[in-house]
Design a binder for this molecule. Structure first.
Ligand SMILES: NC(=O)c1ccc[n+]([C@@H]2O[C@H](COP(=O)([O-])OP(=O)(O)OC[C@H]3O[C@@H](n4cnc5c(N)ncnc54)[C@H](OP(=O)(O)O)[C@@H]3O)[C@@H](O)[C@H]2O)c1
Length: 205
């Protein structure tokens, strides 16, 4: 699978490294030359070129930059899977959604024709490399309207050591996104740090 990671920040770097183990990964950046000084040795090209060349696109940019980023790759997203990892925060880390919408649904409206799947937003970037905190596999909560796309993303999550849990249709991202904000609150406001994560436990019947 060829995957385009759009955005070369914390998530781009760590999720990209994890996905590189069993996929071909290309990075899309607003400024590939500058990004190459951060992510040395990586294949970094322009946003639209990266999206055009890939089967799956990971949108790893700040929530406030999602719309302009989708515009830049609009001609290359039709029919493709877009993995939305974002936590909808404003410039002062304030929550930008109400309970009747989610960033994932907003992104799906903007990225018309693409198959948007919510994933990975509750996992700190540092833990995306292994999908674990210590020995514990982290749960990644998944939502999407296209079952085949969702299954592909769940396979990708398993491939990088996480335990995917299907929460349902894309609108269920309304439940997943607040969990991401809760993790940020615990990690930073409550000083637990980023070496924490969510794991769904269930008793086998
Ligand atoms: N950090 C985490 O632990 C974590 C965990 C889960 C989910 N998330 C979500 O993942 C997304 C990316 O987070 P991150 O921590 O990787 O952010 P980051 O370190 O700030 O990196 C974001 C990247 O997005 C690109 N970008 C495009 N337009 C931008 C703009 N207008 N302003 C700033 N950057 C822009 C930049 O790459 P180029 O300069 O190469 O274009 C930048 O390096 C966010 O939506 C966040 O909520 C983060």
């Amino acid at each position: 699978m060829r995957i385009a990671i759009i955005g070369t920040g914390n998530v781009g770097k760590n999720l990209g490294a994890a996905l590189e183990n069993s996929n071909e990964v290309v990075y899309g950046s607003r400024d590939p030359t500058a990004a190459k000084t951060k992510l040395k040795g990586k294949n970094i090209i322009g946003i639209n070129d990266a999206a055009k060349s890939a089967d799956v696109i990971v949108l790893a940019v700040p929530y406030l930059a999602a719309k302009e980023t989708i515009e830049k790759m609009r001609e290359s997203i039709k029919g493709k899977i877009i993995i939305d990892v974002c936590n909808p925060l404003g410039s002062n880390f304030e929550w930008k959604k109400d309970s009747q919408d989610s960033a994932a649904e907003e992104i799906a409206r903007q990225a018309h024709g693409a198959k948007v799947v919510k994933a990975f937003n509750t996992i700190f970037a540092e833990n995306m490399k292994t999908g674990k905190v210590g020995k514990d596999k982290l749960t990644t909560f998944i939502a999407g309207d296209d079952e085949e796309a969702k299954n592909k993303v769940m396979d990708l999550a398993r491939g990088i050591g996480m335990e995917p849990v299907d929460v349902g249709a894309l609108k269920k991202a309304r439940y997943i996104e607040p969990a991401g904000i809760m993790m940020i609150e615990l990690g930073y406001a409550k000083n637990l740090g980023t070496n924490i994560g969510l794991k769904l436990v269930k008793q086998n019947k």
